[in-house]
Design a protein around this ligand. Structure first.
Ligand code: FAD
Ligand code: EPU
Length: 335
């Protein structure tokens, strides 16, 4: 187990803002993790740092999960694949494409690790992790004992799971088992996937074509964190009652709304933020991305506080204009 004292976190999060951690441990095997959990007092768990904003120094131990390995545990029309938590998610997508296993091609290019994917039930372009999820193994943060969670036990929702609620900070996910299929069911109706395939004259798309289209769309909209620090969508898309949506729609007849479970309506936060006048606006070295208002960016040398204060201004402004509370998707550390 490698230990860094007074570790600079700028390189460990995709926002790239500076903050220091008293101690950061790199965890490369299960025994190291068990030992760390038995001896440290509720450490923070870090994966690829692509959904974290540090707003101050961290006076707690941090464990960076670097467990590796992909294992086929059952082969068949539907295969079960067990993936260690530290595997980079997009590498897993590439591995699945190579093995001709379908199910996660729409989730191409989402940054971060596999162990973090169930935390907010990652999703994009019409697919969410829970659609291919089988189970996961996790260690209790206060004792190092292990437990298996089935799909039902994870209580997945939109950008949500039990690990963000009742079991917040209580388990470290060590591996995730996915159910991937040789019989491919393509999801091409969401967003611009179909338009892109048509533009490429692809009549009979494969999972590789869908992945290529998703990568293309993402690269045209989202800033590359290696060029401009960010954590993807800063806020979740709010989900409103139909009544509230219809009431707002009277004053804003161009407000988009998508059906969500239980007669609720999901409204794109990017639209609300753009309408409130924030798209392309900067405050110091923090900005609201000019091509996608839901993404806050580090324009170069921003502090976490600068980004957080811009986020709070945006939240207040959307609340004032639409009476909607935006909820951050990004995890804020160091408050
Ligand atoms: P981190 O940021 O390191 O951690 C996130 C949270 O998970 C923290 O609370 C952390 O404590 C916890 N955690 C991490 N690993 C573990 C573990 N092994 N056990 C327990 N807890 C753990 N997300 C989407 O859903 N869809 C998208 O389309 C999408 N696009 C993005 C685009 C960009 C450019 C960026 C920068 C981010 C995007 N995201 C997207 C957000 C992000 O990629 C996901 O949330 C991802 O799953 C985070 O993985 P990570 O390893 O970086 O987690
Ligand atoms: N929109 C605007 N202005 C903007 C941005 C968006 O008006 O500046 C409106 C448009 O109406 C557009 C709609 O919002 O049609 C949706 O925009 P987009 O397709 O870019 O998706 P999103 O809702 O902003 C969500 C996820 C993304 C995911 C994409 C694709 C959330 C919080 N975000 O974004 O996930 O990649 O859909 O499925 O659900 C992430 O979680 O970090 C993330 C990037």
């Amino acid at each position: 187990m490698e230990l860094f004292n007074n570790a600079s976190l700028a390189a460990y999060t995709t926002f790239g803002v500076e903050a220091f951690a008293d101690r950061l441990y790199r965890i490369e095997d299960m025994e190291e993790l068990r030992l760390a959990l038995q001896h440290l007092d509720h450490p923070l768990i870090l994966g690829g740092g692509s959904n974290i904003l540090t707003v101050g120094d961290i006076h707690r131990d941090i464990l960076r999960i670097e467990l590796k390995g992909i294992e086929v545990i059952r082969e068949g029309d539907t295969s079960l694949i067990r993936i260690a938590a530290g595997e980079v998610w997009h590498d897993v997508v590439l591995w699945a494409l190579e093995a001709d296993l379908g199910g996660i091609e729409n989730l191409s290019l989402i940054p971060g690790t596999t162990g973090a994917a169930p935390i907010q039930n990652i999703g994009a372009y019409g697919v969410e992790l829970d659609m291919v999820f089988h189970s996961l193994e996790a260690m209790r943060a206060d004792s190092g004992t292990t437990r298996v969670f089935t799909r039902e036990q994870c209580r997945f929702g939109y950008r949500d799971s039990i690990f963000k609620n009742e079991l917040r900070h209580q388990y470290v996910i060590t591996n995730v088992t996915l159910q991937l299929s040789r019989e491919h069911t393509l999801h091409t109706t969401y967003g611009a996937i179909q338009d892109m395939l048509t533009a490429w004259s692809v009549e009979h798309p494969t999972i590789r074509d869908v992945s290529r289209a998703v990568i293309n769309i993402r690269q045209s909209k989202l800033p590359d964190p290696t060029v401009m620090g960010n954590a993807g969508s800063f806020f979740k898309n709010p989900i409103l009652s139909r009544e509230k949506y219809e009431q707002l729609f009277k004053d804003h007849p161009d407000m988009p709304g998508y059906p969500a479970a239980g007669d609720l309506v999901k409204v794109p936060a990017g639209w609300l933020i753009e309408q409130a006048g924030w798209k392309g606006v900067s405050r110091g070295r923090a900005g609201c991305y000019e091509k996608q208002a839901l993404v806050l960016v580090n324009l170069g040398g921003a502090t976490g506080q600068e980004v957080w204060s811009l986020a709070r201004e945006i939240m207040a402004s959307v609340q004032q204009r639409f009476a909607i509370d935006l909820i951050p998707e990004v995890n804020v550390w160091g408050t």
